[in-house]
Design a protein around this ligand. Structure first.
Ligand code: SAH
Ligand code: SF4
Length: 359
């Protein structure tokens, strides 16, 4: 169980406010922050420029982080997954996508971390492993920022790009999402530029407007996966609540407020959304919003029956977009592992423990 507040879930201003209330001067907050984000200490005892009694007092009230690494990291050619246990026994995963490939499968010098925003997901998209067991709970701010700190600690690599494409729907956890982004973006915190933070959503139109209204120039990706309501509805139940026209209106509003245009993610699923007609409708939507498109060949999920289309169909779909002057990419086979990791996280560990508990 968690004891007290978690430092990595607070902004500098919030910690200053707390410490003032404890009768401590404001500069103590800067010292603590410096230890946590620059020196990366995980224990108040090691904060050697704080008086002993203050270290003692802080350690009674606060904890620095509340993620416990589980020795279960799995690697493959392109990505590495990190598994963490939360204070209530749940598990989450984060995935590092190393320097040679980025989420588009292109060469890049970035270290991208794909983070989770919830335990499970309530939206039940038909192609996605994350939603298979339904929704458990939102992640706390510290459980989001903690993924970056913990992965940097374990991997010994500096993360310079963050994508909210792991488990969960980030815009359904908007308060903690934005709170964590403040800390991830802050110079005193993880120092990652807003342009290097991407939030992916299944299309929560009202929350897209809220993202447009907040000041940071973070990037937005939208999981479209169907270019007409009949097709999208079959794949993504959220489309019943926010049909494509509502989504487009919210994105027009977003465009009016932000420098960067949105990127659409479009998984190609054989016989479901890969027709030429869908490609043409997709091109129309993208061109009206000046959006880019990432085509992603569907990755088979255990327990789900769909397949990815042949390479010929994938390329034909891409060519229709390009002919219509859309900036589009098709994730290459090399990127296979990336999608397998990012956006397709399922709590195998939790499932196996639940099975054990039942038997
Ligand atoms: N809830 C958010 C973010 C998490 S999912 C959203 O839906 O956007 C992020 C992305 O993971 C999805 O858009 C999709 O592009 C990818 N994804 C999920 N399941 C996949 C699968 N079976 N094959 C390929 N990509 C998948
Ligand atoms: Fe949830 Fe996104 Fe998966 Fe849909 S694609 S079930 S919104 S995590």
């Amino acid at each position: 169980m968690t004891s007290g507040k978690i430092i990595t879930g607070l902004t500098k201003e919030e910690l200053e406010h707390d410490l003032l209330e404890l009768g401590e001067p404001k500069y103590r907050a800067s010292q603590v922050i410096e230890w946590v984000y620059n020196q990366r200490v995980t224990n108040f005892k090691d904060m050697s420029n704080l008086p002993d009694d203050l270290r003692e007092k802080l350690s009674k009230i606060y904890r620095i982080t509340d993620l416990t690494p589980v020795q279960d990291s799995r690697s493959n050619d392109t990505t590495k997954k990190y598994l963490y246990q939360l204070h209530d026994g749940r598990y989450i995963e984060s995935v590092i996508i190393p320097a040679t490939t980025n989420v588009n499968g292109n060469r890049s010098s970035r270290q991208t971390l794909c983070v989770s925003s919830q335990v499970g997901c309530a939206y039940g998209c038909k192609f996605c492993a994350s939603g298979l067991d339904g929704f458990t709970r939102n992640l706390e701010t510290s459980e989001i920022t903690g993924q970056l700190l913990a992965v940097e600690e374990e991997s010994k690599k500096k993360i310079n790009n963050v994508v909210f494409m792991g488990m969960g729907e980030p815009l359904a956890n908007l308060k903690n999402l934005m709170h964590s982004i403040k800390i991830i973006n802050a110079d005193w915190g993880l120092g990652i530029g807003a342009r290097h933070i991407t939030v992916s959503t299944s299309g929560l139109a009202p929350e897209i407007r809220k993202i447009a209204d907040q000041p940071l120039q973070i990037r937005l990706a939208v999981s479209l996966h169907g270019a007409s309501d009949d097709v999208r509805e079959k794949i993504m139940p959220i489309n019943k609540k926010y049909p494509i026209n509502d989504l487009i209106e919210s994105l027009q509003y977003y465009n009016s407020k932000k420098k960067h245009k949105v990127t659409f993610e479009y998984i190609l699923i054989e016989g479901i959304n890969d027709s030429e007609e869908q490609a043409k409708s997709l091109a129309n939507i993208a061109s009206s919003l000046r959006a880019k498109i990432n085509l992603i060949p569907y990755n088979k999920v255990e327990g789900l029956h769909w397949e990815r289309p042949s390479e010929k169909i994938q390329k034909n779909f891409l060519n229709i977009l390009i002919k219509n002057k859309i900036q589009a990419t098709l994730r290459k086979e090399k990127g296979h592992d990336i999608e397998a990791a990012c956006g397709q996280l399922r709590l195998k560990k939790e499932r196996s423990e639940m099975t054990k508990a039942v038997t």
